[in-house]
Design a protein around this ligand. Structure first.
Ligand code: BES
Ligand code: MN
Ligand code: ZN
Length: 498
């Protein structure tokens, strides 16, 4: 629970009061708070540098049990991401200390020269996203979430930002859902089981959720997706989550979101190494982000139809498994030669993308996929690869990424690299004949299956999962993409779908 309050932070009886500090002057116009910051500065070890902390226990000048001062860095250089991390780090600390309730003294937007809505959003996101533990599988629980978090600010701001708090809370709820699904072990989220989890989630909402099991996929001629699925005893499923608001006039646009949902990627017969396989329960992070985004957006957007599609399969080796050299026929009609069974993501996406293009004729289609290790080589594990030939869309997505904290960076899609996907025997091959540019050739492969649709692909192989964790996220799934999609589709700079 996170609430905005106009209570004086120094009167708050919280177990922990957080005061944010920059290097030169107090970030609070409130004199008592400013005086406290000056007192903190009298300790030479505390200068307000980013990441610095100072604790006052049983402070005489406040009603809370402790005050934690947290450095934000140089005044004038503070970005929303710094606030997100600072708020996150403090909540993380509170979780470690087993604290039940805490209050943040919200800095003055004027002093930070930051838009109030942006400042509040960043602080709420940091606090909410850090207030998360995944201990489903522990016999003895170790940590507890902070029960109540208050952001103390001016009365006017509390009055004006009720909708903002509700919106950001909803987006964070969705992000945490996606994390949990990604962190869950593959034995508890086989495709039909995960499909059932989504069905249950949407049963209580206005979103229509339909599961297409194997028989349907056969009838729908999803040859590429089924070829990946056949090596596993766990049957595949396509989940379609349709947010189709009532009274949508003709001018209502349709957005389709497609997510790669490989619930476990062993590589298939082209088996991964032990090291390469160990985190491959996360290979459904695209599907998780898409489902969670539809969940959040269904409460935020009433003038657009939003269809989420989760393509769920398990990629396993067996006597029935897809072989290198096999040729499969995709839904689109194109035949695909299998160069490598570990390039399975593009196979399941190919069918989902062309089927979605035909079925929904969307004005915009975006897919999210943990598609290539090559993308991690290019951009590291924080930034997603953004592939689209539509420059306006690229710009809108990059800005949404930056605003939301789900960063992505545009990558090229050179036409002539398509030669690398030529097959001697089929219309296209699922693997490049070259060694380099694997994220690009994967995106080019997908581009062959989107018909004429306005489309972008996000390769989230890097940022979808964090082995180490961060200030706002424990190790495991990160929920990457949920915030970006929500910002793009429902945010203020939202893309004009014209
Ligand atoms: N799921 C993997 C990509 C991946 C790797 C995601 C590491 C997250 C972390 C994908 O299915 C895959 O195996 N890609 C291959 C493609 C290659 C065989 C053309 C890769 O990147 O090596
Ligand atoms: Mn693979
Ligand atoms: Zn994969």
């Amino acid at each position: 629970m996170l609430t905005l309050t106009s209570r004086n932070p120094l009167k708050s009886k919280a177990e922990m009061l957080v005061i944010l500090v920059c290097d030169t002057k107090p970030l609070y116009e409130n004199k008592a708070l400013a005086d406290l910051v000056k007192k903190a500065f009298s300790f030479k070890e505390f200068t307000g540098k980013a990441g610095e902390e100072l604790v006052f226990a049983d402070p005489p000048d406040a009603n809370s049990r402790r005050i934690v001062f947290r450095g934000l860095g140089t005044l004038g250089k503070v970005r929303p991401e710094n606030l997100r991390r600072a708020a996150g780090a403090m909540v993380k600390k509170a979780v470690e200390w087993n604290i039940g309730n805490m209050t943040f003294a919200v800095p003055d937007a004027r002093i930070l020269k930051m838009d109030v809505a942006i400042l509040l959003t960043a602080m709420i996101e940091g606090a909410r996203l850090a207030n998360y533990v995944f201990e489903t599988y522990l016999e003895k629980k170790k940590k507890k979430k902070v029960e109540r978090i208050y952001l103390a600010t001016e009365r006017e701001l509390v009055k004006d930002h009720g909708d903002l708090v509700e919106r950001v809370n909803r987006i964070c709820d969705a992000c945490l859902l996606a994390r949990t699904w990604v962190s869950m072990p593959a034995n508890d989220k086989t495709p039909m089981v995960f499909a059932g989890i989504l069905k249950n989630l949407f049963a209580e909402t206005t979103v229509t959720c339909r599961i297409y099991p194997e028989e349907d996929l056969l009838a729908m001629k999803f040859g590429a997706m089924l070829s990946v699925a056949k090596g596993s005893l766990n049957k595949p499923a396509l989940v379609v989550m349709d947010h189709n608001p009532k009274n949508l006039k003709d001018k209502g646009k349709t957005v389709v979101l497609v997510g790669k949902g490989v619930t476990f990627d062993s590589g298939g017969l082209d088996l991964k190494t032990a090291e390469g396989m160990v985190t491959m329960k996360m290979d459904m992070a695209g599907a998780a982000a898409v489902a969670a985004a539809v969940y959040a957006l269904s409460g935020l957007v009433q003038d657009t139809r939003i269809v989420g599609i989760a393509s769920l399969v398990e990629n396993m080796p067996s006597g029935d498994a897809l072989r290198p050299g096999d040729i499969v026929r995709s839904y689109s009609g194109k035949s695909i030669e299998i160069g490598n069974t570990d390039a399975e993501g593009r196979l399941i996406l190919a069918d989902a993308l062309s089927w979605a293009a035909d079925t929904f004729q969307p004005d915009l289609m975006i897919d999210l996929a943990t598609l290539t290790g090559a993308c991690m080589v290019a951009l590291g594990d924080k930034i997603a690869g953004l592939f689209t030939k539509d420059l306006a869309l690229a710009r809108a997505m990059q800005i949404s990424g930056e605003k939301s904290g789900d960063e992505c960076w545009p990558m090229p899609m050179p036409e002539d690299y398509k030669d690398l996907l030529k097959s001697d025997f089929a219309d296209i091959r699922n693997m490049s004949s070259g060694k380099w540019g694997g994220a690009i050739t994967a995106a080019l492969f997908l581009s062959e299956f989107v018909r004429e649709t306005r489309w972008a692909h996000l390769d989230i192989a890097g940022p979808a999962y964090s082995a180490k964790g961060s200030d706002i996220c424990p190790p495991g799934g990160t929920g990457f993409g949920v915030r970006l999609l929500c910002e793009l589709i429902s945010g203020k700079t939202s893309l004009a779908l014209s």
